[in-house]
Write a protein that binds this ligand. Structure first.
Ligand code: EPU
Length: 293
């Protein structure tokens, strides 16, 4: 393993990505690295950069579909055990990129800080959430984010501050490859009221989305002023399957992977959805999930 000599403790070869994605689908990554600190991350990144090896950044794998062929590069996981700290000082919250959103929400609620309740039920990490400005009907992570620590693909790390970050619907102008952490300014609030809101968001989600199946959340972004789920529902695709990939009966913007599913099944189902919605509504659906091919 010449590329990663001396980094054998944190780099594996031919690691099945089905072990690391919520879909539990996908072939192997040529290399899979789980750096234990920023220095090791920079070391891995520098080697990839110098050798022109493609890098794929993984958080909890909850918004990703990896092809059955896997990826011929290095998957670098920003793992919660090494990059998962959440610290709170007054109403300022600092979270490392690998911290889970559920942990962030819980810690803030305990401290009586409001502003991240909208993230309840989203299974990802802080890094992934910042990168796509995750959120829902109750708000998004960008609205409370003050600064973001990033590292680019040549291992140069720096900070982006709120006044030069643009957060919009499921996107930001942060192009650096890695999010290392972020700082949030929240609002002091009665913990009981926070708890009540959290329960409300949770119940709404539980009633309208499949929570315990193998999926990657909403597959498509909502087109302006429309709901992708409602459009897919209206073209009659709820419950439709290709192989083991199945459009959820509960929410049509979710594709569930059943036992025999392959990534190819999911990709074919995605094409069917796009074609039908285009034909019927003249709307081009755009993927919200990341597809690694
Ligand atoms: N609808 C249908 N059929 C369906 C699904 C939805 O008719 O199969 C209708 C609903 O009845 C409702 C409307 O479409 O009138 C909107 O549905 P919903 O409230 O479920 O919200 P959404 O726009 O489909 C968005 C986010 C979700 C987030 C929820 C709740 C996107 C793509 N989706 O869904 O985020 O959880 O709001 O806040 O922005 C995700 O990003 O992965 C995700 C799941």
């Amino acid at each position: 393993m010449n590329l990663f000599t001396d980094l054998e403790e944190i780099v594996k070869e031919n690691e099945p990505m089905s072990k690391h994605t919520w879909f539990r689908l996908g072939g192997s990554a040529r290399y899979f690295a789980r750096p234990r600190n920023q220095q090791e991350l920079a070391d891995v990144v520098r080697r990839c950069h110098e050798n022109s090896v493609p890098m794929y950044v993984l958080g909890r794998g909850s918004n990703i579909l990896v092809s059955d062929e896997g990826v011929n590069g290095v998957v670098i996981q920003i793992f919660y055990k090494h990059f998962g700290k959440v610290s709170i000082e007054g109403s300022t919250v600092r979270a490392e990129a690998g911290a889970s959103l559920s942990n962030l929400v819980r810690r803030c609620a305990q401290e009586g800080l409001s502003g991240v309740e909208c993230l309840v039920g989203i299974p990802g990490t802080v890094g992934g959430a910042v990168k796509i400005n995750a959120g829902g009907r109750f708000g998004d992570i960008g609205s409370v984010c003050q600064s973001v620590q990033v590292m680019d693909s040549s291992a140069y790390d720096f900070e982006r501050r709120r006044d030069d970050i643009y957060f919009s619907y499921r996107m930001t102008n942060i192009i650096a490859k890695f999010i290392l952490g972020a700082e949030f300014t929240l609002t002091p609030e009665d913990p009981e009221r926070i708890g009540k809101l959290i329960r409300e968001v949770w119940v709404l989600k539980k009633n309208s989305q499949p929570m315990n199946s193998r999926s990657a959340g909403c597959v498509f972004k909502n087109p302006r002023a429309l709901s992708a789920g409602a459009l897919i529902d209206k073209v009659g695709l709820k419950g439709h399957s290709v192989g083991g990939a199945h459009i959820s009966e509960k929410h049509a913007n979710f594709i569930e992977a059943h036992n025999n599913a392959t990534s190819k099944d999911v990709l074919q189902l995605i094409e069917i959805i796009k074609d039908k919605v285009r034909d019927r509504f003249d709307v081009e659906l755009e993927l919200e999930i990341d597809v690694w091919e």
